[in-house]
Design a protein around this ligand. Structure first.
Ligand code: NAG
Ligand code: NAG
Ligand code: NAG
Ligand code: NAG
Ligand code: NAG
Ligand code: NAG
Length: 432
């Protein structure tokens, strides 16, 4: 079991666009521009630079005039205080992310904070967070990077409240579908495993191997999360690295194309196509669930940082400091994967609004692109066998705990606070 998880979770870093991809790369900005022009005339629609933070309250027009801080636009700045927790004070760090415990020697990666240009990002306040989510429920839907954020949240909250693991009451698989309950706050925190967000099946009916070709039903949201999600108050959706694998795309139960499947007669539509359609289906399915009244966050693509070789060919991430803005730009496949997502977000946000629901973006892609130093690399449990031989790939996809991913929960709290000023509750009742 562990082996399977390991190999599933070490994922592609580099991606070389095919010719088809190049075509869609050229089309994308045009489509995006078109979309912006199409939607711009509507007063209530956010300007693209504000997509992440505005529009938090739906029933208070006057306050939408006040300028809000774009917390996603800023820099990593030196910060001497160090992290909120460590491997001694938080006992919920899983071995795959417990970098210090497994020998990471450099500590500089813990000495940076995100500084938005327009304001200060407040420090994470666990009491405040728990007061906002009191009596409510929150779900992380997606892959193990989403779970990584939930694990960070567990640690950030751990000096104020300890959760009870209630997974067994719901599912047998407590790694993929984990439920935590904070009794003092009647708060439920859940992770729902769905790396593609849409329905999948193995192409090879004889079984599942981590590298086998998968079928993706791009027009059908994955029941694993859809059937659970309706009653949740806060849902954080994300997906990413899995879309770089070989995939066959289905719509209406018919093959429409693939990504890197190399099968005769099936057109390669690039990973962008699968990602786009899966995003569309996931966001729409959620927004259109009859009983769903939650606030939805789309956490954007989290880039990997394999250097020198691909993820499965010895690539690694050994840097010990962030990149500066000058050193790295959001471009290439990371930019286009991100843009694909933003485009779907904009459309889904419009639909959500019509339904009286809030859909917000956690615009973390560029922020994390600048943190090549934040990954476990080889500082994880079981990386070397007893004879010192390397047994698993370096991990340049997930993030060390503590580490820069803790910032995502500072963003989350910021967005929750903005919403709660106008009371999520009254919004919810209003739109029943
Ligand atoms: C996302 O944040 C980056 C900076 O990190 C900014 O350049 C970009 O415009 C933002 N995108 C949106 C849609 O707000
Ligand atoms: C609406 O916004 C104004 C100005 O920010 C604030 O004073 C008022 O309390 C808000 N009303 C509600 C119902 O949230
Ligand atoms: C925390 O990490 C340090 C440094 O590697 C290690 O010595 C210590 O045993 C770890 N503590 C726990 C509780 O894992
Ligand atoms: C954290 O939030 C609580 C509750 O809102 C507040 O009483 C406390 O002063 C805050 N702590 C800090 C350090 O800001
Ligand atoms: C706990 O929260 C749930 C919603 O998450 C609510 O249905 C239930 O009534 C709450 N229980 C108490 C005792 O407040
Ligand atoms: C899906 O396939 C069915 C059966 O072939 C057909 O009747 C239906 O029109 C198709 N729907 C779409 C949206 O293509």
């Amino acid at each position: 079991m562990m082996l399977r998880i390991k190999s599933l979770e070490n994922l592609h870093g580099k991606y070389t666009p095919s010719r088809n991809t190049t075509k869609s790369v050229i089309l994308l900005p045009l489509i995006l521009l078109l979309l912006i022009f199409l939607v711009y005339p509507y007063q209530s629609f956010p300007k693209i630079s504000e997509v992440g933070t505005n529009n938090l309250n739906l029933n208070n027009r006057s306050s939408s005039d006040t300028k809000r801080c774009n917390i996603f636009n800023g820099d990593w700045v030196p910060y001497s205080e160090g992290p909120y927790y460590n491997n001694e004070t938080c006992n919920l760090i899983i071995d795959q992310q417990n970098c210090i415990k497994f020998g990471r020697p450099d500590m500089e990666f813990l000495k940076w904070r995100w500084k938005p240009y327009e304001c200060e990002l407040p420090l994470f306040n666990a009491t405040q967070f728990l007061e906002i989510v009191k009596g409510k429920s929150m779900a992380f839907v997606g892959d193990s990077v989403g779970r990584n954020q939930m694990n960070s949240l567990l640690c950030l909250l751990s000096h104020v409240a300890q959760p009870e693991d209630i997974s067994q009451r719901y599912k047998t698989d407590a790694i993929y579908f984990r439920r935590w309950f904070y009794a003092d706050y009647n708060f439920t925190l859940v992770t729902l495993w769905s790396p593609y967000l849409v329905k999948t099946s193995d192409v090879d009916p004889n079984g599942h191997s981590s590298n086998s070709l998968m079928n993706l039903h791009l027009d059908k949201a994955d029941e694993a999360w859809v059937r659970e999600i309706e009653s949740f108050d806060f849902v954080i959706v994300s997906a990413g690295q899995w879309f770089f694998r070989p995939l066959i795309f289905y719509e209406n139960d018919t093959i429409v194309g693939c990504h890197k499947c190399e099968l005769k007669g099936i057109k390669d539509l690039s990973h962008y196509y699968g990602y786009k359609m899966a995003m569309r289906t996931a966001l729409r399915s959620l927004i259109n669930l009859k009983g769903y009244k939650g606030v939805t966050f789309l956490r954007t693509f989290s880039p990997a940082h394999f250097e020198n070789a691909d993820w499965n060919k010895g690539g690694s991430c050994e840097r010990t400091k962030p990149y500066t803005k000058e050193e790295i730009k959001l471009d290439g496949y990371i930019l286009w994967t991100y843009m694909t997502q933003v485009e779907e977000f904009i459309e889904a946000q419009r639909e959500a609004k019509e339904r009286g629901l809030q859909l917000l973006m956690m615009n973390t892609t560029e922020i994390m692109l600048r943190r090549p130093d934040g990954h476990p690399n080889n500082y994880v449990y079981g990386h070397h066998s007893s004879k010192g031989k390397k047994v698993i790939h370096n991990d340049c996809v997930h993030w060390c705990l503590p580490g820069p991913i803790d910032t995502w929960n500072e963003f989350l709290l910021y967005l929750l606070k903005m919403g709660s000023q106008f009371s999520f509750n009254s919004n919810l009742e209003r739109f029943v």
